[in-house]
Design a protein around this ligand. Sequence first.
Ligand SMILES: Nc1nc2c(ncn2[C@@H]2O[C@H](COP(=O)(O)OP(=O)(O)O)[C@@H](O)[C@H]2O)c(=O)[nH]1
Ligand SMILES: [Mg+2]
Length: 237
Amino acid sequence: MENQNKIYIIIPTYNEKNNIGTIIDEIFNLHIDNLNILVVDDNSPDGTGQLVDDLKSKYSNLHILHRQGKMGLGTAYVAGFKHALKAGADLIFEMDADFSHKPEYIPQFLEKIKSCDLVLGSRYTRGGKIINWNLMRRLISRFGNIYAQVILFLPIKDLTGGFKCYKRQVLESIDINELSSVGYNFQIETTYRAYQKGFKIKELPITFTERQIGTSKFEFKIIIESFLKVLFLRFKK
Ligand SMILES: Nc1nc2c(ncn2[C@@H]2O[C@H](COP(=O)(O)OP(=O)(O)O)[C@@H](O)[C@H]2O)c(=O)[nH]1
Ligand SMILES: [Mg+2]
């Protein structure tokens, strides 16, 4: 696929040995020009980081940041953003390693970002879907998104998703050092900040499939914390 922009796809990983190799292959198999993948690995005990290092001889556009230990999704993204901006990226993606975010959507993101500044992979816009979530998880996510939408006055249906494409100007103008480190809030906050700055945001309907391999970070404690943090965000300048 022809493309002038320098693209960085940031994939944070913690114990994704059985996913990361295949997802990297699938993304590079799209044959998109100027596409780089940056894995941010938190010293995964299962050897994910080593596996990516080994793949670097196969793919010259594959990069990895090794961090000392598990420091959370938000800080992993911030480290990745800084690296990508420094490397001169024009478009920066967030994407999970676990195949919930299908590589085949990347060309659709690239098409949509031509007419806006931030594209959100959206499960809750018309045409979006979730596969393999139980009723409880669906309800919590749906309610959480409506709650954040109402509290923050945002006309956006999916605020907690982690499949996103930013123009570099967005990341340059929101203060990425000040973002929440909890995954869900990190996603809400980046989009909220972009909206506050007047950037144009569009939602791209995606089918999100729960991971088949490995374990999710979904925890009740985090959900409660996330609800409270949305309130703080509302009243924070
Ligand atoms: N670097 C890093 N990656 C993480 C951390 N926690 C989760 N991830 C990665 O972030 C992505 C999303 O995590 P996941 O557990 O699937 O969350 P869920 O999709 O919300 O259930 C996956 O690629 C994980 O490997 C972390 O603390 N550090
Ligand atoms: Mg997941």
